[in-house]
Design a protein around this ligand. Sequence first.
Ligand SMILES: *Cc1c(COP(=O)(O)O)cnc(C)c1O
Length: 365
Amino acid sequence: MSEEKIYVTKSYLPPIDEYINEIKIIWENHWLTNQGILHQRMADFLKEYLGVKYITLFTNGHLSLEAALQSLNISGEVITTPFTFASTTHSIIRSNLKPVFCDINLNDYTIDTTKIESLITEKTSAILPVHVYGNPCCVDEIEKIAQKYNLKVIYDAAHAFGVKINNKPIGQFGDISMFSFHATKIFNTIEGGALVYSDKIYEEKFNLIKNFGILDETHVKCVGFNAKMNEFQAAMGLCNLRHIEEEINKRKFIYHTYYNMLKDIDGIKMPVTDSKITKNYSYFPIVITDDYKMDRDSLFDLMAKKNIFARKYFYPLVTDFDCYKNYYDSNKTPNAKYISERVICLPIYGSLNLESVNRIINIIQ
Ligand SMILES: *Cc1c(COP(=O)(O)O)cnc(C)c1O
């Protein structure tokens, strides 16, 4: 008898009646997209939830990142890390900028801030660090470096929805932060994303660029694209926001169950994070070191054989992608390479039951 298949995540869906109720208004006003009433409501609620001054919604996280990079009037080089999802690097290249890869630290896998300064050149214009797995980067260090060299800081906060440092919302750091509301993220609008920022000057730029650069009927101000969030996405977000605390709490329980049962196993490492951080429990990465009984790929295959479909996030490193490997050398970021070759993200989502969590723990034990 084969056991139920378990994937790394399961997209959150609100009760169907709640969603139907939310979208009824669309049949009344026939307003499907372009800054509709649900879009406005979502933006207001999210701004409050994320504790930020300004927010602009987009149809996905990736185009939000491109909008940020392309609205800043920057050129030349952007310092980032290769231990991330394809989108981070693609957004830099697609904005005609050059990524410069900095290594990560071995505690929480975010950018190693002690290595940033040596990568800064005359051409450096911005830093694009990633709060990977929702682990906040060393924001104070990054701020200091950015001030000293007059660089912009854009955070890829795709994983960090609701995270806080010392009770300060993560979106308050840097010039701009990007959140992703993709179906696989802890909070979803089916597809979706947002930029948050505290300088009002960006608001008009972002609204223009996500709507083809169109200001009004007779004025097109910049070479924009189409990246607007539609009303059905916003409706999903409004529903899911009502359940986000419950989802985070359920994940928190799973997170601690995994943590307590795995922490004493030889060769299983987990990220070390500061107690001042309010987590969102969106991912559960483990790193398989040489002290474990088998290597990462063997454990991964064993789990798959038992219908547990974990993920090797993030493997391969961006710099080893077919489209990048001839231009960049992943040996220059040895920590990123090390983690990438050993990491597995275990399944974690609110509706994952304790029996399944124990099944996964048993295999690893
Ligand atoms: C998901 C993700 C993105 C892109 O977001 P989409 O909403 O899928 O376009 C960017 N960066 C990271 C780190 C991500 O995980």
